[in-house]
Design a protein around this ligand. Sequence first.
Ligand SMILES: O=c1[nH]c(=O)c2[nH]c(=O)[nH]c2[nH]1
Length: 325
Amino acid sequence: MSKNHQATPAYGKGSVLAYRTYLPSLTGVKVIPESSFKGRENILFAANIEVTVAGEAFRPSFSEGDNSLVVATDSMKNFIQRHLGTFQGTTMEGFLDYTARAFLDKYDQISSVELKGDLLSFEQMDRTMSEERTPSQLVFKQSNNEQSQATIQIERTASEYEITKQQSSLKDLQLIKVQGNSFSGFVRDEYTTLPEDSNRPLFIYLNIHWTYEHNHEALGDQPAKYVAAEQIRDLAASIFDQTQTKSIQHLIYVIGCSILNIFPQLLYVSFESQNHTWDLIVDDIPNSEGKVYTEPRPPYGFQLFTVTREDAAKEKAQHAAESAQ
Ligand SMILES: O=c1[nH]c(=O)c2[nH]c(=O)[nH]c2[nH]1
């Protein structure tokens, strides 16, 4: 549910599902070494949208029961679904921008509109023709793994529309690194029972959010500036692989700096991480470096951090100084 900080009356519709086949393909993104992502064919573009419209004009619908300016949320659902049919762009961010502007064009009583969209993941399966496996153009597997999400808020100002919020996200990425992680040097006092750990398996859940310096670069119509959630996913995993982690706090900082240094069009990257590190059950397996673990019991720890361009520049300079030594 979206929060309405300004206390302007607001209402909307959640879980609007719209599945579009054959949206134009996303091509021409900047390819990075850490990811094989080159674009999205968009044979299937599956969206779960939430719309929130706000405006003082809706106050009488609350205070008086006067529905004369109320656009039924059922109509909002139809509006979103039909606009996915006319949308000619290639990304969720672009679709939300297109549809938000269309809402403001159509209904004068709306002063601001926020659209949030989950891009539902359908993975392309393989097909075999003459013993050669290639990606199927027809069959996809619904995936319940990590998900990309976008949010945009557009306000009506005196003369034009203004994007007042823009965020792209990767949600619920769950990564395990089986060794190469320590956690030590933390406060030891009468409440401390956790031992120092020089080599733990680290299982983390990550939500990563990124914002562009220029809002329009988020939309995908300049694909070289567009940053795909798949690239953020692959970059996070690659940094995790390469980093001897000292803590989740430090890991997400390093991931954030890398994202900002590779994609200078981004303004900041923010993280919500959770620690789901497994509990050790069997430490010594003869003739093996293996161990047995199980799910940790609740509660879990979490971290919140926003990495800025200033942080990324500092990290880059430090890295350059270390490499020069
Ligand atoms: O990476 C971690 N950061 C912490 O702050 C913390 N606290 C804890 O008990 N384990 C961990 N791990």
